[in-house]
Design a protein around this ligand. Structure first.
Ligand SMILES: *Cc1c(COP(=O)(O)O)cnc(C)c1O
Length: 409
């Protein structure tokens, strides 16, 4: 009989959001008249902007005619999009990249999960904690994370980010080969300054580690001094891979498009010390396992860089950040300690009187009909916090804040 990859059995049976959905459904069954407001899952609510819709319609029309029909595209993405990325996302910040360093994909989840394949299974890994679960789980699937015991993976180095250290991860006292950073952060909504990010880049250069830098939320940065790209830091090209996505930037969670940057200077070594370009390995991997992102999605992504596209996506981001501001003020007024939400669409809220995350989740659900995400679902340092997203409709956000206020009385 065929043998399974037993590393999969070490993963917890349920994905965090299916546990939440179960509890919400149980509540709905016992409270059929109550309208539940979700500020839980990190999905957007506002429709695609007109510039994107127009580009998609046009792309579909091209697909409908023999002369302009497109079949398989290049695995690494069409040059029209890669060029737009170079120019708008990097050159505009003084970062010079080559087109061959950009890999267009169907969203950042695939690449943040798959990228670990190009490094040996016995490299050590480190992640900020709490964190987007994809990084650890994808490593657990090939055995790199060890075993899960008492809420922790035995072979993972956790860099705790809590109120006590102002959500600023401290460098480990030992070498870590693969480091995952996500800024602006999901779930805490906090950011890393240039000086702090520089410490990580220098650590990686000293230890010859690779940093996997997920900047899916860079478009939400308001503060001018916060880096949007890790390549704003000197030396990062030699040690970092960056992931971006149009999901949160332009509402592409259902359209699917993102990209990964792997500079040619970034190398890792074979067991006998021979350097290898990671760009080359990833290209090889992608051309075998990936057949490109749909032409329509890529034309849609390109449209986000036109003057109209920029203006319109900016407006939607402003709308979400307006939600974040309303939530921040309301929760503060009610006496909650609130973090994040200034340069990211997430608010990270301390549970009252040291209550645990799941308990507060249930109280909020049963007391006010509001769904949040329990912080501990993102890692051990998330215990004692809950996450609210700012991706809701304005009316729902206002109603939710009103309900929490009434419930608190
Ligand atoms: C939403 C999100 C992404 C984007 O995922 P897509 O697959 O591009 O939709 C990536 N990283 C983090 C941390 C996210 O929260």
């Amino acid at each position: 009989m065929a043998l399974v990859n037993e590393h999969f059995l070490k993963l917890s049976n349920n994905y965090l959001f299916s546990d939440i959905a179960k509890k919400v459904n149980a509540f709905k069954v016992s409270h059929p008249k109550e309208r539940v407001i979700s500020l839980g899952i990190g999905d957007v609510t506002q429709p695609l902007c007109p510039a994107v819709i127009e580009a998609m319609h046009k792309a579909i029309d091209e697909m409908s005619k023999k002369e302009t029909f497109r079949g398989y595209g290049p695995e690494h993405g069409y040059d029209f999009l890669r060029e737009a990325i170079l120019k708008n996302d990097y050159l505009s910040r003084g970062i010079h990249l080559d087109i061959s360093e950009i890999f267009v994909n169907d969203g950042a989840k695939s690449d943040t999960g798959n990228i670990q394949e190009i490094l040996r299974w016995d490299n050590s890994i480190g992640v900020t904690d709490p964190i987007y679960p994809v990084y650890i789980d994808s490593n657990a699937m090939i055995g790199r994370a060890g075993v899960f015991e008492n809420g922790r993976w035995s072979s993972v180095t956790y860099f705790p980010c809590t109120a006590e250290n102002n959500f600023t991860p401290q460098l480990p006292d030992h070498r870590v080969d693969m480091i995952y950073l996500c800024y602006p952060n999901n779930p805490t909504g906090t950011v890393l300054s240039k000086d702090e990010l520089r410490k990580w880049v220098n650590f990686a250069l000293r230890n010859e580690s690779v940093i996997f830098y997920d900047s899916a939320y860079e478009a939400y940065i308001r503060d001018e001094n916060i880096p949007h790209s890790i390549y704003e830091i000197k030396g990062a090209r030699k040690c970092a891979i960056e992931f971006r996505s149009y999901s949160k930037t332009a509402g592409f969670t259902g359209v699917r498009c993102g990209y990964t940057v792997i500079p040619k200077e970034l190398q890792a070594v074979t067991l006998d010390g021979k350097p290898v370009e990671l760009n080359h390995l990833w290209e090889r991997r992608q051309s075998t396992k990936f057949n490109g992102t749909s032409y329509i999605s890529q034309r849609a992504a390109e449209a986000t860089y036109t003057p109209e596209g920029r203006e319109q996506t900016r407006k939607t981001i402003d709308y979400y950040m307006g939600n974040a501001e309303i939530m921040h003020q309301a929760l503060n007024k009610l006496g909650f300690t609130v973090y994040g939400g200034k340069n990211a669409p997430y608010l990270w809220v301390k549970t009252p009187i040291g209550m645990d995350s799941w308990k507060f989740f249930e109280q909020l659900l049963y007391g006010a009909g509001i769904v949040c995400t329990p912080g501990v679902g993102f890692g051990p340092s998330g215990e004692g916090y809950i996450r609210f997203t700012a991706f809701g409709n304005r009316e729902d956000v206002e109603e939710a804040m009103k309900r929490i206020g009434e419930w608190m009385k």
